[in-house]
Ligand binder design. Structure first.
Ligand code: FAD
Ligand code: MG
Length: 359
């Protein structure tokens, strides 16, 4: 939920969302009769669509519990909420460790794992830099080189001490600041999925602002068709469709959170090394994985690493696939998606699989 006056972009998000929802449903069976509910949590538009036969009362009850659950996650993990657990950790940077809930500990721990896996291209202590740029807020601005150089000194995931026995977290240096923006929505999608399964829901689409979990399948099929956003068109225009069941599809890209300055685009995935938005050949990466927390962690990680290094990293991880879209309209897929991805836009070229290509 947007607390503390953080309502920037909400109306715009709703308009975009309606377009997106329309396009999404147009991919589904005309005969399906889904029940759908939308809310605003985690700074984004959330949509839950259930395709099982449920009474209105059952559906409303399930959605109310899901929204409550999302609010609880936000209350624990948002940097925009003064007394969240993450804010408490940040306020105590260089002072003392803070004991947190098992949920927050789990997400920070996972986040640190992706920091290590990417040698710091992904870094959960990116907070001071996110704050400096303000991308996605009204105060988005191009900081001075001096400010950027001074700020990146506070980024270092090696200085996040995790004590598993006590669920406590300590940032070893003052001015450090955790930011779980690249991973907590994925965690939330998994929590919603687990709740739906507990309630015996078999077929649903969970959409947490582009972090999608596709539960079960559409009517008379064994999969869902999930559209992969065209990075140069408004939401709801697709480059292709990925066919999945019981998988998350999570996308990171340069096309939603950004601002323009002197004809240059400054997007929200920042390099902890340079302090500037990551510059490479990619416009977006979508990760297909069993767990949305891994999809979320890996979408930002592989985006930060770029096509070649990102693809090489994915080759070492089992059960994870990806769709890379480059700025020059090339689409690369990992081998696991060979039979599960259909290109739908002739402006783009499908480059077989990443392994087949000379990168
Ligand atoms: P992803 O690629 O998954 O993540 C990008 C985000 O991760 C960036 O926005 C930044 O926060 C961070 N990041 C940037 N570079 C790196 C890097 N190299 N390594 C690691 N992380 C990086 N937004 C609001 O406008 N208002 C809110 O009140 C608000 N509350 C939120 C509360 C929570 C608990 C969470 C998780 C997010 C919240 N957001 C809020 C953020 C919003 O939802 C973001 O758009 C979202 O987190 C970015 O996700 P993404 O999937 O678009 O991109
Ligand atoms: Mg992510």
């Amino acid at each position: 939920m947007l607390k503390n006056g953080k309502k920037y972009g909400v109306i715009l998000l709703f308009i975009i969302f309606i377009t997106c929802l329309y396009s999404f449903f147009s991919l589904q069976n005309a005969g399906d009769t889904p029940k759908s509910k939308t809310g605003l949590f985690l700074g984004t538009v959330i949509n839950i669509t259930i395709y099982d036969e449920l009474s209105e009362h059952e559906f409303e009850n399930i959605c109310a519990n899901i929204f409550k659950c999302l609010e609880e996650i936000e209350d624990k993990m948002s940097v925009n909420i003064e007394d969240s657990e993450i804010s408490k950790i940040n306020k105590n940077a260089g002072i003392q460790s803070v004991t947190v809930s098992p949920e927050t500990f789990y997400v920070v721990n996972k986040g640190k794992y992706y920091c290590e896996l990417s040698d710091g291209a992904f870094d959960i202590t990116i907070g001071p830099l996110v704050n400096l740029w303000g991308i996605g807020s009204e105060r988005a601005n191009l900081p001075s080189k001096e400010n950027i150089s001074a700020t990146i000194k506070h980024i270092d995931y090696n200085k996040v001490l995790l004590d598993e026995g006590n669920n406590s977290i300590y940032l070893m240096q003052d001015n450090m600041r955790l930011d779980l923006g690249a991973i907590a929505k994925g965690y939330a999608a998994d929590v919603v999925r687990d709740y739906l399964i507990e309630k015996n829901v078999e077929n649903a689409i969970i959409n947490l602002g582009g972090n999608i979990y596709a539960l079960g399948s559409r009517a008379n099929e064994d999969h869902w068709n999930i559209g992969i956003q065209n990075p140069v068109e408004p939401r709801g225009a697709y480059v292709g469709i990925v066919h999945v069941s019981n998988k998350s599809v999570v996308t990171s890209g340069i096309y939603e959170r950004y601002f323009m300055h002197e004809d240059k685009r400054y997007h929200h995935i920042l390099s902890p090394f340079t302090g500037y938005p990551v510059e490479n050949e990619l416009a977006s990466v979508s990760i297909v994985a069993d767990q949305a927390i891994d999809g979320d962690g890996l979408s930002t990680t592989t985006f930060s690493l770029g096509l070649k290094n990102g693809a090489n990293l994915l080759e070492t991880i089992e059960g994870v696939d990806a769709i890379f879209i480059t700025k020059n309209n090339e689409v690369y897929i990992t081998s696991g998606l060979k039979n599960n991805f259909t290109l739908k836009n002739s402006d783009f070229t499908l480059k077989k699989t990443i392994i087949d290509e000379e990168l």
